[in-house]
Design a protein around this ligand. Sequence first.
Ligand code: COI
Length: 354
Amino acid sequence: MGKIAFEQNQHPKQKPDQSKLGFGKHFTDHMFIMDYTDGKGWHDARIVPYAPIALEPSSMVFHYGQAVFEGLKAYKTSDNEILLFRPDKNMERLNKSNDRLSIPAIDEEFMIEAIKELVRVDADWIPVEEGTSLYIRPFIIATEPFLGVHASHNYMFIVILSPVGAYYAEGIQPVKINVESHYVRAVRGGMGSAKTAGNYAASLRAQVEAQESGYSQVLWLDGIEKKYIEEVGSMNVFFKVNGEVLTPELNGSILDGVTRNSIIALLKSWNVPVVERRVSIEELFEAHANGTLEEAFGTGTAAVISPIGELNWDDKNIVINEGNIGELSQRLYDTVTGIQRGTLADTLGWTVKV
Ligand code: COI
């Protein structure tokens, strides 16, 4: 792999207004690319101007979906330091996703250095307004021009950067969620625990239908019994019931979220009881009926914490915490974003200086 070549963008773009970023709409001036060729391994690591890439229409990714990705964020502190949040976890998970999709492993340490280098090159693009960050999107696609079904012999690893604001238009305001009882996101033994493009394609129909009915997202149930809660939208999910925090245990069809992992660690460090186990939708509605369902929220890199204000399951509708963000959800949001931005002490050693 060796050194990273660099080509400066001679036509830098105008930077967007930080108060109107939205999510994933703007891209910086440079990107990282590295190729994989059978027999040669990963090679030709380079940082080049952000631009369209040319691919054969027969590239395998277009036909059989052999694609994996990650998402992490960079922040600028008030001292102008740049921090990444747990990039080692993202690179470790990328290799797990690679393994599931028969994509050759990447050198995790090298990729953390490459991401740091790319972020340094486009450091002026890191927004500093409250609620903003630089979203980093590493992804790998199969590029062999071939229509037979097998694991590709060639790949491209690309990293692009996007200055972002809130993921949901609602920001940290609670969202309305529909419990999905027809479609499923993933099944055990499938690809649910890998961060692969196909999982997100599988989720779109349910999301469209939920939005048509006035909901922001769906709550996914397990793909076998349609009984146990798995994820919410593209996020992991947590519930506070009677003082205890519950989250579905990782079972092969749930993504091992970096924010999920961080929330569990924070709760443990605060001595708040947190349990990873199967949680049925029925149990949750019963908890609401007897007044013990206190808070519900999704967790992910993009939104950090997204409170659930209302849940609809077939003809039953419940409002959680009167539709307001819960005290614990707010504390978790403030703590995670405070650590990420360097305004709170990083007691668990999660941030990495660029
Ligand atoms: C996240 O919550 O970080 C996600 O995975 C959402 C992403 C697909 C935009």
